[in-house]
Design a protein around this ligand. Sequence first.
Ligand SMILES: [Zn+2]
Length: 178
Amino acid sequence: MPVHSPSRERCMPFMRTLLIISILLSFSQLSAQTVFNGRLTLQDTLFPNDGSIIFPLLSDTIKTDSYNQISIDLADSNHRIFYLVWTDWRSRVFRFTNGICVDTIYDIKIPDDNFYLEFQQKRVCPICFQAKYLIPIIYGLPDDKLIKQAKRNKVVLAGCITYDNSPKYFCTKDKFQF
Ligand SMILES: [Zn+2]
C-alpha cells in the first residue's frame, strides 16, 4: 500500500509553477542577448568596406570590417545607441537602452530615409527622443533676421543646395541633423 503524504501533495502545484517559470525563462534567454549582430545592406550596390559605426553618446566611431558584419557589445551602456554611415548615407538609429537585443542578424539598410522622415514629421530627435533641443535647418539665401537667429543658435543656415531628403532639424544636444 503506497504511503500517502499530504505534504508532498501540497508541494506539487508549487513545483509545477517553478518548472513553468524556469521553462519560460530559458525561452526568453534564447531569444534575447546582449550582443548586436548586423550586416550592411546597400540599395542596388555591392558591399563597400569602409562604413563607420557612430556612437553619438561617446562621439566615437569605429570602422566596419571588410565583410560589413557588425558586432556591438551592448553591455557597454555608451554603445546602446548607434547608427552606420557610408559616404554621406546613414542607416537608421538603433537604440537598445536596456542593453538587450533580439538574437538575430539585423539587416542595416543604408540609406534609410524613411526612418528619418518619421522623426521629421514627429519633430523628435531620433537619438534623445526629445523636441526641446531641435532647431530648424534653413536653406536658401538668408535675410538679416535669419542671420541674427543663426548667430544666437536659433536656426542652422545650410546654404542653397537641397535634396529630396535634406535634413530639416538639428539637435543641439546631440549635434545631430535629420
Ligand atoms: Zn537629440
